[in-house]
Ligand binder design. Structure first.
Ligand code: FAD
Ligand code: NAP
Length: 341
């Protein structure tokens, strides 16, 4: 007996529960595809109806318009396959729809190490390469050996090795030249079987000094604990994580700023000095400040809480914050979450 076709393309589909900022948005068309064939069916529908295709993961790093035109496509495949294994390491290929934190926990349960510091980041495996997710001194680029996907223009498959993905601080080619042009179907990760924990960031360093060096599983638990204590859960307080990237200023500008703000934390980089955007905002006394329906989180100035506002409300608040920072420090903040219009 032939398998029934289950792909459903729905019109006027609510995206309210598919973006962590809780914007009451609606897609002109929406489909969830679980296989490459289903993605190709969706692309054929889009061509036939002259629709743009917009790829949505877990919706935790986007600002959505109230009406998203075209076909919003979510790829839900969670297949996981070991493609190479030695006594020292493993290469694992994972479907883009796999929940990121669940994947980190799965790796830890198998004794595959490296992703511990990236525990509890919301979203999907497929979105991880898009902004080269990072936390507590670790970036996912160091573990991605390849990215597989489909070109939205013609449904053809592609594969890119990690080194060609243009990875940088919260950046990749998927946000630049390939923006809106591909759907990532699988990501390959190379992970070590030898534990090597990184506890350089202050909260983890403090815990390591108190309790001793953690095992990778303990480190993952610490990261979850620290994140839960500082970051609002989008279910209770809709947000998209850090709303601004940390700016990197020239050494000359830093020298001027540190004279005026001697307590300003700073992290020297190859290209200049990284300043924590959260501190820049907090230092202006803006923590907890509301702009209509949008509020700067009381515990973490980099997070905007949306209390039922639209993308216009969120962007207006972001613009006021950027202007205040620009005026006070002559530093231009750059928005991190992607526009989903
Ligand atoms: P979405 O928000 O759905 O999409 C983000 C972008 O990726 C969009 O442009 C979308 O089109 C594209 N995209 C998604 N899936 C695919 C795919 N399969 N193929 C092609 N393009 C795709 N980020 C960090 O880096 N570090 C953190 O520590 C961190 N902490 C966070 C904490 C909170 C509370 C929140 C809400 C967010 C945080 N983020 C963090 C941001 C976010 O979780 C990550 O960027 C995550 O990778 C986004 O995944 P997503 O599936 O929700 O992507
Ligand atoms: P934090 O510890 O309060 O530190 C503030 C900022 O200072 C961080 O953004 C971090 O930059 C930088 N920093 C701190 N210690 C550093 C060090 N030893 N070397 C270099 N830079 C250092 O940060 P937090 O808000 O609680 O977040 C903790 C980690 O989770 C950070 O890595 C942050 O990026 C990540 N996070 C990201 C998001 C997101 O949406 N993108 C949301 C929540 C948390 P970096 O950001 O460059 O690491």
């Amino acid at each position: 007996m032939e398998k029934a076709v289950v792909l459903k393309i729905e019109s006027s589909y609510s995206l309210l529960n598919l973006n962590t900022l809780g914007i009451d948005a609606e897609a002109e068309f929406f489909a969830q595809a679980s296989s490459v064939d289903e993605v190709r069916d969706c692309l054929a529908f889009a061509v036939a109806n002259q629709l743009l295709v917009k790829v949505l993961g877990g919706g935790s790093n986007i600002v959505m318009a109230s009406h998203v035109k075209g076909l919003v496509l979510n790829y839900s495949n969670t297949a996981l396959q070991v493609v190479n294994e030695t006594t020292a390491d493993v290469t694992v290929k994972v479907g883009a729809g796999y929940n990121w934190h669940e994947f980190v926990l799965f790796c830890l349960s198998r004794g595959w190490f490296g992703l511990e510091n990236l525990s509890y980041i919301p979203g999907t495996v497929g979105a991880a390469p898009v902004q080269n997710i990072g936390a507590y001194g670790v970036e996912v680029k160091d573990f991605i050996s390849a990215v597989h996907g489909i070109r939205l223009s013609d449904g053809e498959p592609f594969m890119m090795v990690g080194e060609s993905c243009g990875f940088a601080y919260r950046e990749s080619c998927f946000k630049q030249e390939l923006d809106g042009k591909v759907l990532i179907t699988e990501v390959e990760f190379s992970l070590s079987k030898k534990p090597c924990v990184q506890v350089g960031y202050a909260p983890l360093d403090k815990m390591a000094k108190e309790k001793g060096l953690p095992t990778p599983i303990e480190l993952s638990n610490w990261v979850v604990q620290v994140r839960k204590s500082k970051l609002p859960d989008p279910v209770d307080m809709p947000n998209a994580g850090s709303f601004f990237k940390n700016p990197v200023v020239s050494t000359e500008q830093f020298q001027e700023l540190i004279k005026r703000f001697p307590g300003m934390p700073n992290y020297p980089q190859n290209s200049g000095v990284k300043l924590p955007a959260g501190w820049l905002i907090d230092n202006l006394g803006m923590k907890g400040q509301s702009f209509g329906l949008v509020q700067i989180h009381a515990l973490q100035a980099l997070v905007l809480i949306n209390n039922g506002g639209s993308s216009e409300d969120v962007l207006a608040a972001a613009s006021m914050i950027k202007n205040s920072v620009q005026k006070a420090y002559e530093v231009q903040l750059e928005q991190e979450p992607r526009m989903f219009f």
